[in-house]
Structure formats: C-alpha cells, structure tokens
Write a protein that binds this ligand. Sequence first.
Ligand code: BGC
Ligand code: ZN
Length: 372
Amino acid sequence: MKVVAVYPEVKDVRVIEHDEPRLTGPTQVKLRVLEIGICGTDREICSFHYGTPPRGLKHLVIGHEMLGEVIEVGSQVRTLRRGDLVIPMVRRPCPHAHCVACRSGRQDFCYTGDFVERGIKEMHGFMGEFVVDEERFMIKVPRELREVAVLVEPLTIAEKALIQIHDVQNRLPWTCPVRSKEMGLNHQCHRAVVLGAGPVGLLGAMALRAAGFATWVYSRETAPNAKADIVSAIGATYVSSTTTNVKQLAEMVGNIDLVYEAVGASSLAFEVLESLGTNGVFIFTGVPGRKAPIQVDTDLLMRNLVLKNQVLFGTVNAGRDAFEASIRDLGVFMQRWPGAVKALFTNRLDLDSAPAKLRDGRGSIKDVICHV
Ligand code: BGC
Ligand code: ZN
C-alpha cells in the first residue's frame, strides 16, 4: 500500500510502498483509512523541525488526525465491529512502571517523556491506506458525523483545555450568578480571547461559544476573509492585529476572563498576558519554534498573577474524556453552525498530492487527504 513518509536526515517527504498491515494480536483492529487531516505539527515535521522516526528507521510515516472504518477485528475485541467509524488516539504510553500518568491511561500527562505519538514521535502515523491498532486506543464516532469527524482530534485540544479550565476556575465563584433566564438566552457570562484563526483557534472559538463565552478571535489577516466569516457565523468577533493593537483589543473586550493561545507565537502571547483580567486564565496550546530571546515585563506579569489571581497553563492533547467531549461538541457545532464547520475544510486531496500540501499550506484552513 502507499504511505506518505518523511526522511528527516535527507530532508525529503514522499509517497512510498509499505506492506499492508495485518492483525498480530487478538485485541487489535484493522482500519481502512478514510480521511487524514493535515495540521501545523505535520507541516513542522515536513520542514524537519520536529518529529522522530521509529527507532532504527530513517523514515516516519506521517499523519495523526485520522478517521477510519473498522474492517477486521481480533477475537478479543469487544466494543468495535466491522463498519464502525473510529478516531484513534495519537499518544501512546511510556513503558515505565513508575509513570502514574501512563499507568492510569493518561499518557497525555506522561512524566517521563518516553511516550510515543503516532505520526509524530517514534511511531508511524496513519497517512496510508490501512492501519492496524489496539482497540483500547480507538474512539467510536457516530455515522452522522462522518463528513466532519476528522476534526475530532484537533478539537480535543480545546476540549482538554475546557475540562481543565473547569477544574481550575472551580477555585473561585466563576459560574455567573445571573442566570440566562433573567438575562436572555444569549447572555454571555465570560469573555474569551482566542489568539490565532487556524484550525486550532477556530475550533477553540467554536468550543468556547458553545460553552457560552463571549468570544473574540485575534489574528493577523485583515477582514473580510474566510476565517473572519467563520468567526462571525458562530457569533464571535474577529479582530485583526494589523488594524487593532493588543491594548485596543483589551479595551474592546473589557475584563479578559480567558485567553486561548493557538498560534505558538510567544511574543504575542506574553504581550496579551499583560492584559489578562482579574481571576483570568491563560491557556497555551501552540509549540513555538525556538527564536532569539525577547524582553518581557516580568514585574508587571508577576504583580498581575498575584494581585489578580491569574492562572497560566499549557496543554497537550488528549485523554479519552477530551475525545468524547470533542465528539459531543462536534455534534453541537453541526446543529448550530453546519456551514461554519464545513467551511473549515479547504481542500480534500488524494494521497499523491500530500507531500506538496504538507510542505506548503498557504491559504488553507484544514486540508484533508482522503481515499474515497
Ligand atoms: C497533536 C498531539 C501531539 C502534539 C505534540 C499535535 O498536533 O495533535 O496529539 O501531542 O502535536 O506532538
Ligand atoms: Zn495535529
């Protein structure tokens, strides 16, 4: 079968032949790959800044955002049948007995760093025609979501963040005391700013809107543009950094209760951190490339963190709970804003077009490789 592989040493990305995988254990399932999304991480790997082939190999099969259909199950598989649609989890546990996170099925919180990630770190990914994997890493998705289900994995970033926001903000009176009954259904209790309007930012904005946040999306491009249209379709506000600086953004929003960073631009993030509001929470999801150090006003940041009870955290996806929340929320998004969700898809391409798209994603929101 054909797969798309990255060769970091010789800096190459190409379609190669692999043997079709077969079941080798009773708890495995075989999947036909239906769709694979391309994200910023894939593009980083394909510009050779990130990603590691499996031990002893020169190449890594790429692709971690996958929708598959079960075509064969091992004799001990209990929860899946032929024809089921599934999304595989990406990260797999480290082998160490003392890693409480991995030993509890929470490899997204792995302590040792010896986890592997399919298509990213030391384990082949999904960008081929068939995949064999363990039942316990599969998440079943309803057929109704077939058309958009490839977004489940990137949406888990926001869902895992929301789960943690809930835990973190439970330290204070956070739920609005004025019920929506009195304020009208559209009353939005908290104000969130999303940095970046790529797929992670836009999916994050959808999740925040669905959770009742008044939401602003701050991104470079001037409006009108396709991303700004999606932002207004979900009832959020698009603000371009080309025409509005961070101070003006902060004045526009008022008390910023939450910042969801989804670009991996650290200088912008720390500038916005200065404007985080009282009792605010700031979430980092981006992975910036290492550039030269910059200056930040640490006294101001530290004063604010203390005097305004702020919390700052980073998050990498994701546990089963976030995958399940992601499937539920995608259903909600499709009820509320089907056009906006579909507008996230820029191109659907065949496998042979993947190497070029992996190297140049200009102008795209979400590109997807599909076989049917
Ligand atoms: C993937 C995650 C992964 C992270 C870091 C993201 O693009 O969705 O599963 O943990 O990259 O490698
Ligand atoms: Zn990804």
